[in-house]
Design a protein around this ligand. Structure first.
Ligand SMILES: [Zn+2]
Length: 63
């Protein structure tokens, strides 16, 4: 896995271009979605506000 540890949400356009193949692999295996940015990843550490799409309701939704 050569995806940078930095969250995908914070990637620059240059980083996305350089790691597009890894990004596509990440999106293909995605189990989490960022509710702030709408990005997807298999690893929640790559998202700033990760949520599980198959979850009916997230506990921290009540604010
Ligand atoms: Zn995000």
């Amino acid at each position: 896995m050569s995806v940078p540890k930095k969250s995908i949400c914070k990637w620059s356009k240059e980083m996305i271009g350089a790691h597009l193949r890894d990004l596509l692999a990440e999106a293909h295996a995605a189990r989490f979605v960022c509710r702030k940015c709408g990005r997807t990843a298999a690893n929640r550490h790559l998202l700033c506000k990760p949520v599980k799409p198959n979850k009916t309701s997230s506990p921290d939704e009540t604010s």
